[in-house]
Design a binder for this molecule. Sequence first.
Ligand code: WTA
Length: 632
Amino acid sequence: MSNYRINDLEHYFKAQKEAIENPEKFWGDIAEQNFQWRKKWNKVVAHNLAEAEVKWFLGAKLNITENCIDRHLKTRGNKTAILWEPNDPNEPAEHITYKDLHQRVCKFANVLKESGVKKGDRVCIYLPMIPDLTVSILACARIGAIHSVVFAGFSSTALATRINDCEAKVVITSDGGFRGDKTINLKGIVDEALKHMSCVETVLVAKRIDSKISMKAGRDKFLKPLLEKASDDCYAEEMDAEDPLFILYTSGSTGMPKGMLHTTAGYMVYSAYTFNNVFRPEENDIYWCAADIGWITGHSYIVYGPLANGTTSVMFEGVPSYPDFGRFWEVIEKYKINQFYTAPTAIRTLAKENVSFVEKHDLSSLKILGTVGEPINEEAWHWYDNHIGKKGCPITDTWWQTETGGMMICPIPFVTPTKPTFATLPMPGIQVCLMDENGKEIEGNRESGRLCIKFPWPSMARTIWGNHQRYKETYFITYPGKYFTGDGAMRDEVGYYRITGRVDDVIIISGHNLGTAPIEDAINEHEKVVESAVVGFPHNIKGNALYGYIILKEEDEHDKLRNEINRVISEQIGPIAKLDKIQFVKGLPKTRSGKIMRRILRKIAHKDTSKLGDISTLLNPDIVEEIMKGAL
Ligand code: WTA
């Protein structure tokens, strides 16, 4: 792909101009020269954004696993594709070469076929960060099954909702997983989730922690014996460019998560192109993205993007604090990592520990540092730059979303001059704009507004699984003909973008998207709760934390209730959604139409009550004063 690597700022502006003036040629050339196709497209792009209709590489045929694995076998067969670093540093790592990966993916694909999985069927993957996770994703893609990976930190209720929504036929899980000094009982969670479900025919179980688990006869099967006897030859299904590749759920402003659907060719082209330009891999580089594959970052930049480029991609099972806070830096030294990609939350967590955890390790192999998932504050940016990059590694602050499939706004290392807390400029072909609240585009620099995108890009999600209307309403109705990101942004005097945060009811906690609605639904299930409202407030490690205002039916001991409510949230959603602060209130500020005024609650949680705005139009203005008095 190096013929498409942007080398300097002039080249960047030229590429951006070409991509805007002639997207057919720009993306057509990239696709033609850097990937393997069974059949070429008839047209590069067809779109009607107002109707939320987008197609790329129309009529083309391909299989993404041939691009990520088979085509590298001749020249890179013995090169490590996936370098797996286990949770426990004393356990041996696994170096899975492209040849090994090919064999494992083919075997796994044959096991799926034998389990009755056919092209277009949904397979839910609920696995910890073990090699089987990557292998099973690619095995689905090999035979044209649609994978839906669910992050292994989600609870049984959250898992059940996701399995049900896409009507998965098969679930792939493990007996459990290791995370730091904890073990998680994944199979038990799957059993719980499947209690009232009829769509799942087979559960395939990998072994990781050797725990005692129950196996349901006729439904549950251990993977190992099946893989051992499976053939290592598996035809790569011929897929249409627009055939679905995967579903990945993300939080929305209603209780139901949105199953974002990504399709084959456009996703492949854009994830690989952006990986190549942003991380700039050389043939012998070792690249590490420390995200979990349960999120889009792992899909695009641990699995598909790096493998399409023939890169060695590190997959880490553990956590940054185990066995101590030096683990990331130890792994960087151990494998001489060249590009490192993590979240601001992780940086803030590690920056508050003694710097000797960093200084013990030789980090001189590093060339490029990346961040993703939430805005990075200035202090964390400088700590990353000083202590990890030693002021010699460009930091790429990458803004993008589950919906966008790939990085959208970020500095291209060694090309775009960085500026702390700024995601800087859009990737070529990404036509960003700022909109005001009246639906008008804001021209000029030194302006703030709502971040939108005016023209389709190859890896944009095509729909919400089973609900195209919701897809259209969420992203394309607010500003007709434009994709609305849900984020606010400002543009500085040179045109650099800084993302200021969500403008809707999604809150980003430690880089994870959480909708307030499902959390409130969970709280309201507690028998003593009448109603609740959840908002975010700034937190110095997690970026944001959750503040809940709760009305009780009857009084009870507050600390006990706080624990119980957090337990319900943990069970329904997962521990990441626990509330840091819970204030019991007599009422919630509401508009005359009965809508909770979260803006006011947010201000109180932010301890910023100087400009509450006009509250006289509220149904119950007195309650505001009372809530302010009891604020935590
Ligand atoms: C936020 C993660 C500021 C943003 C790839 C976005 C960011 C949401 C950044 C998507 C960044 C992501 N700076 N904010 N560099 N990256 N966000 O779907 O609010 O898990 O809309 O995708 O995270 O989160 P998601």
